[in-house]
Design a protein around this ligand. Structure first.
Ligand code: SF4
Length: 76
């Protein structure tokens, strides 16, 4: 049995509109302290959706149905 304990980290941005932000907590990073700088991993939900769609099209073009099945099953 694993002894790993996940501690949710507060998103460092105050806007709560990052694609990885849920209820003010970051679901992507273990450390969200960037000092006085903005988070360099911020991506809006719209930007994330566009990136996901682009990746899906590239996977289809390359006939990588194994990766689509593995990572994008909910988008099919
Ligand atoms: S990636 Fe950065 S901006 Fe996005 S939720 Fe995490 S800490 Fe916030």
């Amino acid at each position: 049995m694993s002894n790993i304990v996940f501690r949710a980290m507060r998103c460092s941005m105050k806007t709560n509109d990052c694609a990885s932000c849920h209820d003010g907590f970051c679901t992507a990073l273990r450390n969200t302290d960037f000092g006085s700088k903005n988070c360099p991993f911020y991506r809006s939900r719209k930007e994330q959706t566009e990136a996901n769609n682009k990746i899906m099209e590239q996977l289809k073009e390359r006939k990588r149905f194994d990766l689509i099945k593995k990572y994008h099953t909910s988008n099919m």
